[in-house]
Design a protein around this ligand. Structure first.
Ligand code: HPA
Ligand code: ZN
Length: 342
């Protein structure tokens, strides 16, 4: 077995991928046809090309606009997990969704979440993968809309919905804008995370930790601009959920992952774990993210093992679930290591 195959077969946890960004191009095209949504081209995959977060977010909203019925959400959620399993040996995922991208179009919150839960439970039954859900604040929304979204989340809350996150374009809308939404979520017992320092100075991480009370940081690359914060988050064991390709396309040099800040974050001893973000929308998948980033950074199996285990540690699975995941991962990794050596 060569190293690329090893990396694809390593068991994986994902803590940073967006449901709406995982919709297969074919499903996007099918749903557009089903609901009479005109796409600018028949080849949906052609729409998945952009060079800024703003262009990306336009297409992300277009994909979202084709999800309407409970079955649409269920189908796309199941397929999303199925792709993680077949392309990267996914074992456990915590997945974001953006309620307001749907409710603003008149889709009831219950339709969205019940559909997602249908898909997630089907995946648990048929694929043995547990997937939990994190409702994301969309940063371009007004703060009151984000707060109302959290109220909806707390009002109708299947067990799968465990957290609050935040995405969208970071530079124009800093995290403190959503302090009310985060406070309410915390009171309601949701776990907290946020996209930060994908495209803004390190200050946003400090705000997320100290003002919003988040437990993880999604992305976090610009922490490197603040050595004190590097030290603090290393000492506190904050998990960084990093995404090689998506951010390379939007912010760094897409063709050269050797220069990706993830590499330096790992060298600084930060607790990173790898994720796919919006895989088909960036022409990637979780297996390919491992192959690309690990080879670019010249990481050996020991470091890969550390990053994979960071995913279990940083997850919001129960202690029992984490123990089970660790045991299963140890077993699979040992078998893979033996095959690699042969
Ligand atoms: N960053 C910001 N907004 C997003 C992302 C991301 O990684 N993915 C989907 N929406
Ligand atoms: Zn993201």
């Amino acid at each position: 077995m060569n190293y690329d195959e090893y990396l694809r077969r390593v068991p994986k946890v994902e803590l940073h991928c967006h449901f709406e960004g995982t919709v297969r191009p074919q499903t996007f095209a099918d749903l557009a046809r089903k609901h009479g949504v005109e796409l600018p081209t028949q080849d949906a995959d052609k729409l998945y090309d952009y060079d800024s977060i703003y262009e990306f977010l336009k297409i992300f909203a277009m994909v979202s606009s084709t999800l309407r019925d409970q079955e649409d959400f269920a189908r796309a959620a199941f397929e999303s997990i199925q792709d993680g399993v077949s392309l990267g040996n996914l074992k456990y995922r915590e997945m974001f969704f953006n309620p307001t991208l749907h409710t603003r179009r008149g889709i009831p919150y219950r339709t969205v979440v019940d559909g997602l839960v249908d898909g997630v439970r089907q995946a648990e039954r048929e694929l043995g993968v547990t997937c939990r859900l994190i409702a994301d604040v969309y940063r371009q929304d007004p703060p009151e809309m984000a707060r109302e979204m959290v109220e909806q989340v707390l009002e109708h809350r299947p067990d799968e919905v465990i957290g609050l996150g935040m995405d969208g374009a970071e530079a124009p809308d800093p995290p403190e804008k959503f302090v009310d939404a985060y406070r309410l979520a915390k009171q309601g017992g949701l776990r907290l995370t946020a996209h930060a320092c994908e495209d803004a100075p390190a200050q946003n991480i400090a705000t997320c930790l100290d003002v919003l009370g988040v437990e993880r940081i999604d992305h976090g690359y610009h922490v490197l601009g603040d050595p004190e914060l590097v030290k603090r988050t290393r000492d506190e064991g904050i998990t960084y959920t990093v995404c090689p390709t998506a951010t390379a396309v939007c912010y760094f040099d897409a063709d050269d992952l050797t220069k990706h800040p993830i590499r330096q974050m790992a060298d600084e001893g930060l607790k990173i774990m790898l994720n796919s973000d919006d895989p088909p929308m960036f022409h990637t998948d979780i297996g390919t993210e491992y192959v690309g980033m690990v080879n670019a950074a010249e990481w050996g199996p020991d470091r890969v093992r550390t990053f994979v285990m960071n995913g279990i540690d940083g997850s919001w699975a129960s202690d029992d679930e984490k123990r089970g995941l660790r045991q299963g991962f140890e077993r699979e990794l040992s078998a893979l290591d033996a095959e690699l050596e042969r």
